[in-house]
Design a binder for this molecule. Structure first.
Ligand SMILES: CC(C)(COP(=O)(O)OP(=O)(O)OC[C@H]1O[C@@H](n2cnc3c(N)ncnc32)[C@H](O)[C@@H]1OP(=O)(O)O)[C@@H](O)C(=O)NCCC(=O)NCCS
Length: 207
């Protein structure tokens, strides 16, 4: 039986990482994160807004039934992970994750998903965790597959965050140009929907 909503306060930890419910002060800490060098991740750059802007973003992020967790390595805020658009009758949630540009490739993704999936299936009694990822995001796909996710759908995403990129002319995008296509309405991006079910989670974590 799944829960009726996620609790307001959640704390999860491994020897290296601690996760706790997102707070307004995290937006101040996030200001010190560097920008991404890579064009395709620019929409993850922390907004360089003032205190009022941060207040507004914080209030807008508070959505009943979502779970947004801040991820710390020691005292340092290194990323966020969240569960969105949950259906507590079917036990389904959509997952989103991001790390500061200079904190990637350290195994944080794998470690965070181990904590989050343990909480989701074992404690919250939920059944299915879904996600959407751009097909060119190989570190993301690699991490999700290692944690047990499998591809459930491939599709051209008309609303993807990367659709403004000039893939026909920008030399840096040439290696991934096949993941974009122009349509009469604009630009679509090659996306993958992935799913982690409870039986698959149990199979991977048996013993
Ligand atoms: C995607 C993201 C969350 C992954 O987090 P991370 O902490 O860097 O990932 P990890 O270090 O745990 O794992 C990444 C894996 O991908 C592998 N990898 C890295 N680059 C790769 C590439 N080009 N091709 C294939 N695999 C790659 C790494 O070797 C690692 O696997 P391993 O642990 O077996 O060696 C992080 O890079 C990020 O925040 N990116 C920007 C925001 C984003 O893309 N969010 C996800 C949107 S769906």
């Amino acid at each position: 039986m799944a829960i009726e909503s996620f609790p307001a306060l959640v704390e999860l930890s491994s020897p290296r990482l601690s996760l706790r419910s997102f707070r307004r002060e995290d937006l101040d800490a996030e200001t010190h994160w560097p920008d991404f060098d890579d064009l395709i991740y620019h929409h993850y750059n922390p907004p360089r807004d003032d205190s009022q802007g941060k207040d507004r973003r914080y209030l807008q992020s508070l959505r009943l039934f979502d779970l947004k967790l801040s991820i710390f390595d020691g005292e340092d805020l290194v990323g966020y992970v969240g569960l969105y658009d949950s259906n507590f009758e079917t036990g389904e949630s959509w997952m989103g994750i991001q790390f500061a540009a200079d904190r990637r490739h350290r195994g944080y993704c794998k470690e965070t998903l181990r904590l989050l999936t343990g909480y989701f299936f074992d404690e919250a009694g939920m059944k299915t965790m879904l996600l959407e990822v751009a097909a060119f995001n190989l570190p993301g796909i690699h991490c999700y597959e290692a944690a047990g996710w499998v591809t459930s759908k491939k599709f051209w995403h008309p609303h993807a965050y990367q659709r403004h990129l000039d893939f026909e002319h920008e030399p840096a995008l040439a290696p991934i140009a096949q993941h974009f296509r122009r349509t009469p309405e604009g630009v679509e991006v090659d996306y993958v929907e992935m799913v982690l079910t409870e039986p698959r989670f149990r199979e991977l974590n048996a013993g």
